[in-house]
Design a protein around this ligand. Structure first.
Ligand code: URP
Ligand code: ZN
Ligand code: ZN
Length: 467
């Protein structure tokens, strides 16, 4: 299955690359194919797809007074289990830090520890003359996209002047600007008012982060980008009104793109409000505290995200994998939702969760491959190597069994370093059977055969969505 079609085929892998895609029964220089190779993987009755590319992860992210619980090792092993063979993680420059130092620290965390290939985007958390100068070196480092935050004052935040200056630089360099589009200063006022009036449960995180403040920031980001001529990629879109802003910009011919995440397709604010457990009471809802927040199902946001994925108003699905345990991490926000570290862990489940959208008829099989692999490769400068099964491409291949079944949850399918799953109890009518990363079988027969250190750093080219 590719982004453009499906059909029976034999895939020949030579070393780390795809050598050929052949009609079934083809011979190799007159010899029977199966008799001429070292190993045959029988995928009859199953789908053979390019390995998933998760373009939005946060391994070991220092955040909210703690650090995301998956290391590059545990997080990429979980990714492999779930059919994701490349991640693009966010190297971080916080306000007050040098970009070069932030990036060097990220290489140190990842190098030699990843089970699948990895690249970086650069978070610029403090736009100033030094940071703008440092952006000039990113392309040669293979980092062709960077993220700004209109949210989180005091941590990563950029004001409009800083956003504009960074975008001007990005336009010059050909860098893709990724935007966390929420009005942080306004959110912080609402959050303080809620907390101070005793509304401290996790649910109020989503109340403070009103959809209007996502719509407004998305609009502002689009307009600032348009003034500078910079292309824009809006991350973790969850509000249907933000999608409308992106769709409008695209209709007007602007280079604006957007991603959503499985949590915004499947989970809702109402479910977070209803969440309760013996151990945590209403604090159970902390498992689903992420930004942008889960949105109201009654308002139709989830439905709108699926529609946008069909109509190409949104182009990709990434996880925004940012795992925190309840114990010692999420529980920092007991009594004050503002102190709950933001994030959900899903790197292991993206391919399965999106396949469930094929089963339910929300998207086609081809669109599944496009949203999870082919478009991420093109968007982030990996086309040719990743995102396709074609001669010359890396042999990142997943055999997916549509007759299999995947039960998600702790003690079931769960290799992420988390003491809970945001997806506990989810059942998917499909199963990742075999995973190859650059020609090596890393998952097969229900076992992990890979190793940390196998994953290589991906030097990415410029986005292939612009002329
Ligand atoms: O809740 C989230 N998304 N945490 C990760 C940081 C970010 O904004 O992507
Ligand atoms: Zn973000
Ligand atoms: Zn993120």
């Amino acid at each position: 299955v590719s982004a453009t079609g499906r059909g029976p085929a034999d895939v020949l892998v030579d070393g780390t690359r795809i050598a050929a895609v052949l009609a079934p029964g083809s011979t190799l220089l007159g010899h029977d194919l199966a008799g001429s190779v070292d190993r045959v993987i029988d995928a009859s009755g199953k789908y053979v797809i390019p390995g998933g590319i998760d373009a939005h992860t946060h391994m070991q992210l220092p955040f909210g007074g703690t650090e995301a619980s998956d290391t590059f090792e545990t997080g990429t092993i979980a990714a492999a289990w779930g059919g994701t063979t490349s991640i693009i993680d966010f190297a971080v420059q916080r306000t007050g830090e040098r970009v070069e130092d932030g990036l060097a620290a990220w290489h140190e965390k990842a190098a030699g520890n990843c089970a699948v290939d990895y690249g970086f985007h650069q978070i610029i958390g403090g736009v100033d003359d030094d940071a703008l100068k440092a952006m000039e070196r990113l392309v040669e480092e293979g980092i062709t996209s960077y993220k700004l935050f209109m949210a989180y004052p005091g941590v990563f935040y950029s004001d409009d002047a800083q956003v504009l200056r960074a975008m001007q630089k990005a336009a010059d360099l050909g860098l893709l600007t990724m935007m966390h589009a929420e009005n942080g200063p306004a959110i912080d006022v609402l959050a303080a008012q809620l907390a101070e009036s005793g509304r401290t449960d996790p649910y109020f995180h989503g109340v403070a982060r009103a959809w209007q403040l996502e719509e407004e920031a998305t609009h502002r980001a689009i307009m600032l980008a348009d003034v500078t001529g910079a292309p824009l990629y809006v991350v973790h879109v969850s509000a249907k009104q933000a999608v409308a802003q992106i769709a409008g910009a695209r209709d007007a011919g602007k280079n604006v793109f957007g991603e959503t995440c499985p949590q915004y397709l499947y989970l809702s604010l109402e479910e977070q409000l209803g969440a309760s457990s013996e151990q945590w009471g209403a604090f159970e809802g902390a498992k689903w505290v992420c930004s942008t927040p889960l949105r109201s199902r009654a308002e139709g946001h989830q439905e709108s995200m699926w529609r946008a994925l069909r109509t190409n108003d949104l182009q990709m699905v990434s996880t925004d994998h940012c795992p925190f345990c309840m114990k010692d991490q999420k529980e920092l926000g007991l009594g004050d939702f503002r102190k709950i570290p933001n994030g959900i862990g899903s790197v292991e489940h993206r391919m399965d969760l999106m396949y469930q959208g094929v089963v339910t008829g929300e998207i086609t099989l081809e669109r599944w491959v496009e949203l999870t692999s082919t478009t991420p490769a093109r968007m982030f400068g990996l086309a040719g190597r990743k995102g396709v099964i074609a001669p010359g491409a890396d042999a990142d291949v997943v055999v997916y069994d549509p007759r299999g079944r995947t039960s998600i949850g702790v003690g079931k399918t769960h290799h992420m370093n988390m003491d809970h799953s945001a997806w506990e109890g989810f059942e998917v009518d499909g199963h990742v059977d075999v995973v190859l990363s650059r020609g090596e079988v890393v998952v097969a027969d229900g076992q992990f055969h890979g190793r940390p250190g196998h994953g290589e750093y991906l030097r990415r080219g410029l986005t292939q969505y612009l002329a």
